[in-house]
Design a protein around this ligand. Sequence first.
Ligand SMILES: *Cc1c(COP(=O)(O)O)cnc(C)c1O
Length: 246
Amino acid sequence: MSLPEPAPTDASLASPAALPDVARNLALVRERIAEACARANRPAGSVTLVAVSKFHPAEAVAAALAAGQEHFGENRVQEAAGKFPPLRAAHPALRLHLIGALQTNKARDAVRVADVIESLDRPRLAAALAAAMTQDGAREAPGGGRRPRLLVQVNTGEEPQKAGVARDAARGFLRACREEHGLSPEGLMCIPPAGEDPVPHFRFLAELAAAEGLATLSMGMSGDYEAAIACGATHVRVGTAIFGAR
Ligand SMILES: *Cc1c(COP(=O)(O)O)cnc(C)c1O
């Protein structure tokens, strides 16, 4: 008895090169997160995995959604706005994090598309986000009435080319967000300098969050998310280890 041949599939979607084994990669990352939580005596589930899908097609995101992934990260508003609204319609639990440097003139689109904006880092952007979220008299809020959660990005390595508020300016900026812009950032985000030990950066961010009473710490990427969990990360942003090289 011979089995029927499997139906041919669309090679552009099904080939391993175009779509790495997202489900298997996700399972491995989740396992390593659980182990890192256990080593740090932290409850399983105290870390949210944000799957960073920038430059990867909607099919890759769909494969992750099918494997139970709900939080995704994108760097660019434009790319996120093209990829996510159709997926969101089919998956109401989907949550989109914007994690890239954000131009002030994209604030309105960012508010419309994102559930979390992790890259709030300067007063003009705070003002633009606040304006996008606020109703102006008879006019509708330009952001469609949405209020994404906000994290302040800190440039812990003081790198001139990198987004983020300077270490010394972070507390003043948080105060200005609250008092001048009516925003309530819920936590902090950082991207340590490439090629450096990230741990001192993670520790700095954790101490700053504790001093400010902020509950959310977004830190750790494919190469260092376990170290970040040991330092208290509540959100890790993992791209390559899930979706493959970009
Ligand atoms: C691309 C990116 C990530 C994911 O990096 P990987 O090394 O691919 O895991 C995380 N955070 C930010 C801000 C990014 O831009």
